[in-house]
Design a protein around this ligand. Structure first.
Ligand SMILES: *Cc1c(COP(=O)(O)O)cnc(C)c1O
Length: 404
């Protein structure tokens, strides 16, 4: 039996009444023995599925050596992870933190500091896009700009301007002498899996260059192989000045980080930023282990092949269920299924078929399987979605009959 929901947890989450006690690849076993196919990956975190032997070994090996020493000392595994990330991205420096929001805080601070030390302390404003999600701290909430999350938490942090998603003219007009940076997710994930086109990303890069603005990509959810490339911006051939990474890079261990070019990071000298836990040996060991797998030859090719298969199967599913599914969007293994019924109903119907997914904005459902998922699991997931759609159609029919 799942444990009774505790009345001592601050009730900020609407949790499903399921607890899992074991995970293996794309599968999770609940405390009552039910097995679920996990196409949510703990919100794009379990990039290599559950219990990946290479990750387990890295964590256990490190746990037997040393867990935490603080950033007062050298952490060789972190030096190595930074070097590998720099080599893979063409960015020069990494700063390790513990979460996505913290990574974004550091990215925002870095952008402002860059202008301050360049003789432009007035350049503090960051332009973001409606529908964005950058985290739940006070600054990242202001960056995301979603009223429902800001409500009741006092004045919105100063220095964030927002323009409509995809409105390039509005973006150009929003640039002022106080603008420091433009910040975006190459695909808005919480916002409903809405990608920026490669052409738009290139135009935004050019706009930044024209005005001396820094370009910040939040690849917390799109990164670490989920798009079929290590980072989604690679598809557009556009390089950011600063990039935040979290979720998949820890494979389930809390790890967030930001990367910056040497130039953009020039203000971040000793003492300007810090963290107690960030970059500790456990997190660094796991981060390196994730990269071992994701950067191995052929791994991202396999992700791309699986993504193609999933996209094809979902296109067929949409044709079979036009009353339930409106649109399939996203690239790679970051897929959004825009629903015609409430997305939470669709998620619940899928869960009843023992398939896990993640609701998102714009009435979409995210499918975020582990990058290691197999063709067989993809076919199984679509079979379960098929059954979920059929169940929803039956309720729609019943309602119609009742109304007649
Ligand atoms: C999840 C997420 C965040 C916030 O990460 P936390 O670890 O929850 O703080 C920020 N940006 C994007 C794009 C995310 O997906």
């Amino acid at each position: 039996m799942p444990p009774a929901p505790s009345s001592h947890l601050l009730p900020t989450f609407a949790k499903a009444d399921i607890a899992f006690e074991r995970g293996d690849g794309a599968w999770l076993t609940a405390t009552n023995g039910d097995r679920y196919l996990d196409f949510g990956s703990g919100i794009a975190v379990n990039a290599l599925g559950h219990g990946h032997p290479h990750l387990v070994k890295a964590l256990v090996d490190q746990a037997q050596k040393v867990w935490h020493v603080s950033n007062l000392y050298q952490i060789p595994e972190g030096v190595r992870l930074a070097e590998r990330l720099a080599e893979a991205t063409g960015l020069d420096y990494a700063f390790f933190a513990n979460s996505g929001a913290e990574a974004n805080e550091g990215a925002i601070k870095t952008a402002r500091k860059y202008h301050a030390v360049s003789g432009h302390p007035e350049k503090i404003r960051i332009i973001t896009f409606e529908g964005a999600f950058h985290g739940r701290t006070l600054a990242t909430l202001a960056a995301g700009g979603q009223q429902k999350y800001l409500e009741g938490f006092g004045p919105k942090a100063e220095g964030f301007d927002q323009v409509p998603f995809g409105d390039f003219e509005a973006l150009k007009i929003a640039v002022t002498p106080e603008t420091a940076a433009i910040m975006l997710e190459p695909t808005q994930m919480e916002g409903g899996v809405r990608p920026f086109s490669p052409a738009t990303l290139r135009a935004i890069r050019a706009l930044c260059d024209e005005h001396g603005l820094l370009l910040i990509f939040d690849e917390i959810q799109t990164g670490v192989g989920r798009s079929g490339k290590l980072f989604q911006h690679e598809w557009a051939g556009v390089k950011p000045d600063i990039m935040s990474v979290a979720k998949g890079i820890g494979g389930g261990f809390p790890l967030g980080l930001f990367l910056t070019t040497k130039e953009a990071g020039k203000g971040m000298t000793a003492g300007t930023h810090g963290t107690t836990f960030g970059g500790n040996p456990l997190a660094m060991a796991v981060g390196n282990a994730v990269l071992d797998v994701v950067l191995a030859p052929g791994f991202l090719d396999a992700v791309q092949n699986n993504a193609l298969l999933l996209k094809q199967r979902l296109a067929e599913l949409k044709d079979r269920h036009p009353r339930v599914i409106e649109e399939i969007r996203g690239e790679g293994l970051l897929i959004g299924l825009k629903s015609k019924v409430p997305n939470t109903d669709l998620a619940a119907a899928a869960r009843a078929e023992k398939l896990l997914s993640v609701p998102a904005g714009d009435n979409t459902l995210r499918l975020l399987p582990p990058l290691t998922t197999t063709a067989e699991e993809i076919n199984e997931a679509v079979k379960r979605l098929d059954a979920a759609c059929a169940a929803i159609e039956r309720t729609l029919d019943n309602k119609k009959d009742a109304a007649a």
